[in-house]
Design a protein around this ligand. Structure first.
Ligand SMILES: CC(C)(COP(=O)(O)OP(=O)(O)OC[C@H]1O[C@@H](n2cnc3c(N)ncnc32)[C@H](O)[C@@H]1OP(=O)(O)O)[C@@H](O)C(=O)NCCC(=O)NCCS
Length: 155
């Protein structure tokens, strides 16, 4: 079953499943910045997720400055991220379907949305391209100092 829910509508199980699925990311304290969750459940098992979040202004400014697009930072309040599909369920377009559901949600359909990807992450870049994502600005060095980050406008 695939659906979207605002954070305030999520059950404790959905929030716990989400944090567990993204194991490894320091995510629990950041859940409060998430506005809309997209979930794909197979029975009681969460198999794929993606969200719309409202990052801190200071973070958005930093990445848009790094991409040499400072003026865009105030135009793009929402970021789509925390995308993860369990390995055995990948390549079934789940991530793409979840992104489409998030972008179609009535509550957010007038807001501009961006996403960031690492340049080596082909699967997530294919998800961007499949949803009319357009790279904006210049790629910049990731916090790990090794990879490059791209910003995509999703609309
Ligand atoms: C990125 C991720 C969420 C995609 O999930 P998914 O449900 O498999 O996504 P989709 O099936 O909608 O699309 C994946 C696309 O990548 C392609 N793909 C998958 N693995 C690939 C690989 N190793 N090399 C090239 N393309 C690949 C698929 O063919 C598909 O493209 P297509 O629709 O044009 O055929 C999943 O790979 C994942 O959880 N990765 C680990 C977490 C991660 O990197 N998240 C992104 C952080 S920004």
């Amino acid at each position: 079953m695939i659906y979207c829910k605002h954070r305030t509508e999520c059950s404790q199980k959905e929030l716990d499943d989400f944090v567990r699925l993204l194991d490894g990311e320091p995510i629990a304290p950041l859940v409060a910045r998430i506005e809309l969750f997209a979930f794909a459940y197979e029975g009681a098992e969460l198999i794929s997720t993606r969200v719309l979040k409202r990052p801190f202004d200071i973070y958005r400014r930093r990445i848009f400055v790094a991409a040499q697009m400072e003026s865009y930072h105030s135009l793009y309040p929402l970021e789509s991220g925390y995308s993860y599909t369990k390995p055995c369920f990948r390549k079934n377009r789940l991530s793409s379907i979840l992104l489409r559901n998030l972008l179609a949600d009535e509550r957010y359909k007038h807001a501009k949305v961006y996403a960031t990807t690492l340049m080596h992450n082909t699967p997530v870049i294919r998800v961007m391209l499949a949803n009319n994502g357009k790279p904006i600005g210049r790629p910049f060095v990731a916090e790990n100092g090794k990879d490059m980050v791209m910003i995509w406008k999703l609309r």
